[in-house]
Design a protein around this ligand. Structure first.
Ligand code: URA
Length: 463
């Protein structure tokens, strides 16, 4: 049975014509029964899902009731129909953006999450400098993964909360805006996303697909590129699950009439070297300046960028687009675009011009290799959790992030190391945590005498 049959009947006009029925039915509906149904593995109806989304968005359904239902969805799984219903209910839980006044094809990009994933900070100014307009709404860190919004907010003064008018005006004026999910777009996803993060319910294919696509549908882009990350630092640990997620995302895209393309990228070790908000922003700035471009990060940025350029109708040939992207780094157009973005959104550009201005952690400790050999594994999830332990992420929805802390690796999988070489630096504001993290990281970075191949970065492209 195809996905299509379900979602087509859930597009907005039908939502409106169903409103009366829904109101009648919801008189008798109770969230307790919906939780009970899902707990007992029954497929939820469209009306039950809409009732939940409406009630949770308005605050009538409490966090603990929503947590119970989300946990039941997580444990018992969701059918394609439930996933489609959830996506559409969340997409239309608030406002939807109309980007048609931009008179250009808008291509949105989203990652399913990773560790050290600063791709958006680098890629989006590059393609904007090449004439591809960027209207990007990003998310916060989730689980052990980082979020672009948290990274942007670590630039002093940078305002991620623009109004719709300011957002569109800025894209018209300078060709790029990067904001958080602050406009009233898919507010249900915003609440559920934060809730999932605090109840260990992130890594579900249906919940991830509906979360991402509800935001993308609400934010108005005609074309969508999804970086589906795979490996220890991703929510999809293996290629089979990643392909399943990609195909669910693409189905939802088709039915919502948005051309969607998924690139499967490797997230088995952290991307680049830095993990932690200030540290990652600094790595992104150095990349845009053309100073340090870690090979793995460069491969992902160029591949995703070339596909975004193609989707925007600004260049069919992927290799030519990659060359153009490198050229925009060499001639500083990409870096200047990033400066312009930060300036327009109220950020202090002196931090971009001189990264030494970023707040530093009180303590920084180099970690030395205890033996010679080849780097066999740097488990990205473990590194992400370690960075969070130092304060770089949240455990609860309301936790505050420490922007200065984190980890900077000095090596990558497949490289040789000698005993006593520095393999990482730990940045901490708490001496106890620094000591514990220094011990732990030695277990995470695995060294072997056997030869080890570098990770392949681009694993598949699905459209
Ligand atoms: N990114 C999202 O927007 N949602 C998820 O659930 C996971 C990654």
């Amino acid at each position: 049975m195809g996905f299509a049959l379900f979602i087509v009947s859930h597009l907005p006009p039908t939502l409106l014509s169903n409103k009366k029925n829904l109101e009648k039915e919801s008189i008798n509906m109770r969230i307790l029964d919906i939780i009970e149904n899902k707990k007992n593995k029954k497929e939820l109806s469209k009306e039950e899902i809409q009732f939940f989304i409406k009630g949770y968005t308005s605050g009538e359904i409490t966090d603990y009731q929503a947590a119970a239902l989300i946990m039941a969805m997580y444990l018992n799984g969701m059918s394609n129909k439930e996933t489609a219903d959830l996506t559409i209910a969340m997409a239309y839980s608030g406002d939807t953006l109309d980007l048609s006044s931009l008179n250009e094809i808008i291509v949105d990009k989203h990652s399913t999450g990773g560790v050290g994933d600063k791709v958006s900070l680098i890629l989006l100014p590059i393609i904007s400098s090449l004439g591809v307009p960027v209207a990007k709404m990003s998310g916060r860190g989730l689980g052990f993964t980082g979020g672009t919004v948290d990274k942007l907010q670590s630039i002093p003064g940078y305002n991620t909360n623009l109004t719709t008018e300011e957002f569109i005006k800025q894209v018209k004026e300078i060709g790029i805006s990067m904001i958080s999910q602050t406009l009233n777009l898919a507010p249900a996803d915003k609440k559920i996303y934060a809730l999932r993060d605090s109840i260990a319910c992130v890594d579900s294919i249906s919940l991830i697909a509906s979360s991402i696509m509800s935001k993308k549908i609400a934010s108005g882009a005609q074309k969508i590129l999804i970086d589906v990350t795979v490996g220890s630092g991703a929510f999809m640990k293996n290629i089979k699950d990643a392909k399943k997620l990609a195909s669910e995302i693409i189905e939802i895209g088709k039915l919502a009439n948005r051309e969607t393309l998924c690139v499967l990228t490797n997230m088995d070790e952290p991307l680049g070297y830095a993990v932690g908000n200030n540290l990652e922003v600094i790595e992104a700035i150095n990349f845009l300046k053309g100073e340090v471009m870690p090979e793995d990060l460069k491969k992902v940025v160029l591949e995703l960028g070339a596909y975004m350029i193609k989707l925007a109708g600004k260049g069919e040939n992927l290799e030519n687009s990659k060359q153009a992207m490198l050229e925009s780094i060499n001639n500083k157009k990409a870096y200047n675009k990033f400066l312009e973005l930060v300036k327009h959104q109220g950020g202090d550009t002196s931090y971009i011009e001189n990264v030494e201005n970023f707040e530093k952690a009180k303590f920084m400790k180099p970690i030395y290799s205890e033996k010679s050999g080849n780097i066999a594994k740097i488990n990205a999830e473990e590194i992400g959790k370690l960075a969070n332990f130092l304060g770089a992420g949240r455990e609860k929805m309301e936790d505050k992030i420490d922007d200065a802390v984190g980890i900077v690796l000095s090596t990558k999988v497949g490289r040789k190391v000698q005993k006593d070489d520095v393999i990482a630096y730990i940045y901490a504001n708490d001496m106890n945590k620094l000591e514990l993290a220094s011990e732990k990281i030695k277990d995470i970075i695995k060294i072997t005498e056997d030869p080890v191949r570098k990770n392949k970065m681009i694993l598949d492209v699905i459209m």
